[in-house]
Design a protein around this ligand. Sequence first.
Ligand SMILES: C[S@@+](CC[C@H](N)C(=O)[O-])C[C@H]1O[C@@H](n2cnc3c(N)ncnc32)[C@H](O)[C@@H]1O
Length: 196
Amino acid sequence: MTTDPEYWNRIYEDEGRPGWDMDGATPLVDELLGLALPLGLRAGGDLVVPGCGYGHDAAELEARGFTVTGLDFAPLAIHGAQQRYGDRVSWSQGDWFTTHLGPWDAIFDHTCFVAMDPGRRPAYVDACARHLRPGGLWMAALFHDVNGRPGPPHAIPMADMRALAGTRFDVLHLGAATGSHPRRAGREFLMVARKR
Ligand SMILES: C[S@@+](CC[C@H](N)C(=O)[O-])C[C@H]1O[C@@H](n2cnc3c(N)ncnc32)[C@H](O)[C@@H]1O
């Protein structure tokens, strides 16, 4: 069950470097920041990376001047992030749906929303809204195509994402990603949405 931290922890234990781990930050950090800064992302603000895994994106965002919390409910993910990047980022083992660590200025969501069982999506959107300050931004890299494989990750059409996020957010940008990792090229899209 993907709702159980043990499901994910066992993958970290069995595989060491799971298939989703790119051994570095997603190239979409550049693209998402390039979109979000003109749309009101506060340079140097505090960000959270939910489902941070081994912490590559969180560490990259810290290197770019943000104050970053990396959150994951799998103990081996947090352990791996700490080992790789030390205390530059505030690592926390916790569940995105129940954490009380926030609020933050912005969320950097890469392969966390898409890892959720689709039935949990409305609750996930509510959690994002709850964890942001008023006017806070949700930046997300999402899949519209997973090559027909059963999830996770789960694909979502762009129009469905607009409708779902639109329940709590103003969607400021929604469009195809242009700088994806070659393994994911043509299958990702990006969203920047502001909490209402
Ligand atoms: C597909 S992995 C992606 C990890 C990382 N973002 C990356 O790209 O390398 C999804 C991650 O989300 C975490 N996760 C899933 N559900 C979560 C939840 N409810 N709260 C916190 N973390 C969660 C898992 O433990 C796992 O590390």
